[in-house]
Each structure stands twice: as C-alpha cells, then as structure tokens.
Design a protein around this ligand. Sequence first.
Ligand code: SAM
Length: 431
Amino acid sequence: MRPIQRLLFPEAASQSATPEHTSSTFVNNLRLPVHRWFRYSAGFSAEWVEEVIEQKKMLSDEVRLLDPFAGSGTSLLAAESRSVKAIGVESHPFIARVAQAKLEWCSDIGAYRAIIVAVRKLARELVPTLDHYPALIQKCYDRESLSQLDVLRQAWQRLADESPASSLAWLTLVAILRETSKVGTAQWQYVLPKKQKRFPREPFSAFDQLSRRIQADMIVRQALSCDRAALVQTDARTCEGVPDEWANLVVTSPPYPNNYDYADATRLEMSFMGEIAGWGDLQSTVRNYLIRSCTQHVPERSCCLDEVITSSVLRPISNDLSAVCGQLAEVRKTKGGKKTYHLMVACYFHDLARVWQALRRVCNSPCRVCFVVGDSAPYGVYVPVVPWLTGLAEAAGFRAARFERTRERNTKWKNRKHRVPLQEGRLWVEG
Ligand SMILES: C[S@@+](CC[C@H](N)C(=O)[O-])C[C@H]1O[C@@H](n2cnc3c(N)ncnc32)[C@H](O)[C@@H]1O
C-alpha cells in the first residue's frame, strides 16, 4: 500500500497551535454552555472543531459540515456556533437522544422551566417503587437516592410528550445518574459496584442544579443567532437520509478498534430508564446498529472470517489484514479469555470501508475530511489503523493527505508486547 502522502495542506500545519492533546478529549467541553449538559467521555473538543471550521471557511464560500459519528453532538453545536450548516449521524439510540436533546437549546426556556417545576412537584407526591429495578441499579444507589430518582422518573414519564421541553427534562434526569450513584461510575464505559464514591450527590438537588444550568446556558446561547444543525439517527455505513454531495467538510471520530463497548457505556442509564433489562439486551437494542469495534459484538461463529476479509470492499488491505487476523486467531488459542479479536478487527475494517464509500456519496468535491483515530494492539498484535484507513479512503475515491499525531498511548504499559507505540491523531483526507 502507498505510504501516506505528506503535507498536502500547508495551512493545516498551523493546527499545531491547538494544544496537542485537546482534539481527542471531551474534558474542555465541560466548561462550555450546552456541551456540558451531558458528560460523554468518548467526545472530542468543540473548540478544536470550531478551528477546523474556520480554516475551511477561508477556502469555501459556504461550509456544510457532516459528522457521521456525531455522538453527543459536539461538532453539531460547534457548527451552529460558527453559523455553518451541519448534519450529524448517530446510530446509538440513547446517545442520539442525548444529542437531539442538546440541540433543543434554542427552544422555549419558559416551557422547559414549567416542565421541570411540574416534574419536581409531581415527584414529591408519588410513592417510589423500587423492586422492579435490575440488580445493577440496586447496587448503584442507596434506597433514599433510588427513591428520589424513581419518583423523578415516574413524574417525567407521566408528563412526557414529544415537545423539546420534555426532551430536555429527560436529559436533565439521565445526566444526573452517575453523580448521584454511590458506587464507582467511571465515566469511561464501566460501572464499578465494588468501588465506593465518597460524596454522591442528592438526586433532587442535582436535578435542580442541572436544570438551572440548562436554563442559564439556553439564555446565553439564544443571545447568539445561529443556524440549526440536524441529527439523523441512522448508520454511518450508509448515511441514509443525508443528501448526495451535501457536505464539504467532515469532522468526526469513529470508534477505534480497541474493544471499547459503546453499548455497555450507557448500560446504567438505559437500565434505569427501563430500556433494557440487563447486559444481554445490549446486542439487540444497541450493538447491532454500531461499528463492530468490540469483541462482545462479534461472538465466535457470528461471521466467517474468510468471507469478510475477501469481500471486495477490503481488497486494498486484504493481504495485510489477513496476516494480522491470522496472527490474532493463533494467539487467541493461547489465551484463557479466547477473545474474538481476529473477527473484530476484520469486521471493523469492513464497516469502516463501507463508511468511506457512504462518505464519497454524501461528500461534494472538493471536500476535506478529518477522522480523529487511534490504533490498537489486541493481544499484543499491532493493528496499523492509520495506513489501513488511508487505503480504504483512497479506494473510495479520496486522496490521503497527512496524519497528525496528537498523542502516544500505552507507552508506560510495561507488559506491552508490540514494538510500535500506540498513537492517536487526526487523519486528513481530501477529495
Ligand atoms: C468517538 S464517539 C464520537 C463522539 C463525538 N465526537 C462527541 O464529541 O460526542 C463515536 C460514536 O460513534 C457512534 N457509532 C458507532 N457506530 C456507528 C454507526 N454505525 N453509525 C453511526 N454512529 C455510530 C457511537 O455510538 C459513538 O457515539
């Protein structure tokens, strides 16, 4: 495969002015109005997206941004702030709902205030019923906290309708579930029932505080005039619903092939809201709609490795991919967990190949695309994500430009078997 062509975008070099570590982290968004309503650790920096938009504005009369992995809506809100049209695609039903609720920042503040007051009042009158909650929820809260959360949930459900205010009230409730839990609710994927939190928040007061913050942020944002972004709950592998040749800027961060389970990441919230009864429901309700980036998604015999690797969309990388997946299949035999990394890696690139093809349909020419990506080394076998994604992008009709490394990962991990340090960065392509 061709090496990545270097430095096709001279002006992109000025991006090194952005603090190196910021593009791939959500932390800075926690001080920004609206962005901070829901902490989504998989998110990236809104300020960095705004910089990318401003650079594109210098080259195009009209910027139309697409984020095919929109997550909690960071790039959509950034595009709105910069008065740029934007469409986001997100297929995780819970996360799409979070993003959609955040995009309601411009709705009637009075209506939101009214529903919050009504939920609060009704909650005080209701009797909590706790026995129906699954074990995970019972472990995460003491009885008093769960009672308060339960009556808030019951009240919201009784008053719920299709309005933006109702959607914002839903967000107010689901966004306080971690800070009010007494156990370790790592923002990153797992709930840790054996780890205790020292100061969990009291649910009624957390609900009140977040609702005041939401109102304050709505006032601040509504003082600006903005374009409205759209969110489509669909699959990035097809981008169904996004018009042909619509976008001239794509800023996105797909899942990495690093076994992070986006479905499990919202298990607490979805269990509390009764959307799933337990872990077993995650496959049908969430994972089936996602890029296959974790082994839970591809159990043994769920697909035929040879068929995936020899499929036409993977032709540009099939030899290299076959070698790595073969190695993973061998190493697996020596491991107790027998994780299906060999299938996951093949399916991941199959899915990403389809994403590049879908992007070619919905992107105009010229178009600039930035993928924030990271590589991985499951079972110590290095997976060269950047050159492979580059090859798939080129096969779909884009021109590779450059990879900007923003950080190294796992360098301190003493047992690391692979020689190449893992990295995260921005893959830029044009087309
Ligand atoms: C790294 S996160 C993006 C976070 C986003 N940049 C933000 O700031 O919130 C990747 C997202 O891709 C979503 N995703 C995974 N597979 C998808 C698919 N096939 N189509 C659309 N979205 C998908 C996941 O649910 C996750 O929210």
